[in-house]
Design a protein around this ligand. Structure first.
Ligand code: ZN
Length: 136
C-alpha cells in the first residue's frame, strides 16, 4: 500500500488481448483495508487496458467479450496512431478505466455471477491495478 492509501495489484497478462479475473485480489485488498461499508474504486492506470465487471462463472463470457471487441475494432482498421496499437487504445476506451464496486459487511457486494476483470488489449505485459477504498 502506498502512503496515500492506494493498494496496488500486479497483473501479468499472457496474451495480447485477454480478460483476467482479479476479483479475489480486489477482495483481499478490501479485507486488509478494514473498510466494512463503502466503495472499492478499481482503477487501471494504462492506456491500452481497462477494467470491467461481468460474468466470472463461465470463462467463455470473458473470451466472448474479447472476440466481440476484436470484431468491433480490427487491428488493421486504418488507424493513424504510429505506435501500431491504435486498436488497443480504442478497446481500452470502450471498456473504460475503472469500476466502482459496493462494499458491504467488509466484502465486495457483487452479484452472484459477477467478477472484476482486468482487460488487457496490448499484452503480454506486467500491469498494475490500483484499488482505493472509500468508506468506514
Ligand atoms: Zn499506442
Amino acid at each position: 500500500m502506498t502512503d496515500n492509501g492506494t493498494r496496488v495489484i500486479e497483473v501479468r497478462t499472457s496474451a495480447r488481448e485477454t480478460l483476467v479475473d482479479v476479483t479475489r485480489d480486489v477482495a483481499e485488498e478490501v479485507a486488509r483495508s478494514g473498510v466494512a461499508e463503502g466503495l472499492a474504486h478499481v482503477w487501471c492506470p494504462h492506456t491500452t487496458a481497462g477494467i470491467t465487471v461481468n460474468e466470472a462463472a463461465d470463462p467463455d463470457v470473458a473470451a466472448d467479450i474479447v472476440t466481440a471487441l476484436r470484431r468491433l475494432v480490427p487491428p488493421d482498421g486504418g488507424f493513424r496512431h504510429r505506435e501500431g496499437n491504435a486498436d488497443a487504445h480504442v478497446e481500452a476506451s470502450l471498456v473504460g478505466s475503472a469500476a466502482l464496486v459496493p462494499v458491504s459487511g467488509g466484502r465486495l457486494a457483487l452479484g452472484t455471477w459477477q467478477g472484476v476483470f482486468f482487460c488487457e488489449f496490448d499484452g503480454p505485459r506486467t500491469r498494475r491495478v490500483e484499488v482505493r477504498l472509500l468508506g468506514r
